[in-house]
Design a protein around this ligand. Structure first.
Ligand code: HEM
Ligand code: HEM
Length: 70
């Protein structure tokens, strides 16, 4: 899917997967163990991986409500 909905208690995160594939051109940024389901995907992983990268690249959302929408 182009957009993957990730459920979360404070509002789901609509993750633009295709956009990340095209922008990063590197599956391993998220799929360390190969493409497909990410077993370690949870709040801590997402905040470290998603928010961490956005902060580092100074691109992409880093505040709660930019990602979490009710
Ligand atoms: C899920 C492939 C890059 C994050 C998936 C799935 C596949 C896949 C096959 C499972 C789809 C589904 O269950 O509907 C790939 C390939 C990539 C790539 C081939 C590189 C070209 C990325 C990148 C990120 C990412 C760069 C993060 C920035 C995710 C997430 C999921 C996912 C969060 C959902 C995981 C889950 O529900 O457990 N990807 N992906 N992917 N991908 Fe990727
Ligand atoms: C942009 C979510 C992981 C790099 C974005 C946007 C969202 C998002 C919502 C804004 C898209 C838009 O409106 O244009 C997420 C989530 C992640 C994740 C939920 C984890 C599952 C990552 C990672 C990296 C990354 C790991 C880098 C390794 C970027 C970049 C942009 C972006 C570079 C800007 C893309 C562009 O301008 O085309 N992300 N992201 N993201 N993210 Fe992520």
């Amino acid at each position: 899917a182009d957009i993957i909905d990730l459920p979360a208690s404070m509002g789901k995160v609509a993750f633009p997967h295709k956009q990340h594939q095209e922008a990063l051109k590197d599956c391993k940024a998220c799929h360390q163990n190969g493409p497909g389901k990410i077993a370690e995907l949870n709040k801590d992983w997402a905040h470290k991986t998603c928010k961490g990268c956005h902060a580092e690249m100074k691109k992409g959302p880093t505040s709660c409500k930019e990602c979490h929408k009710k």
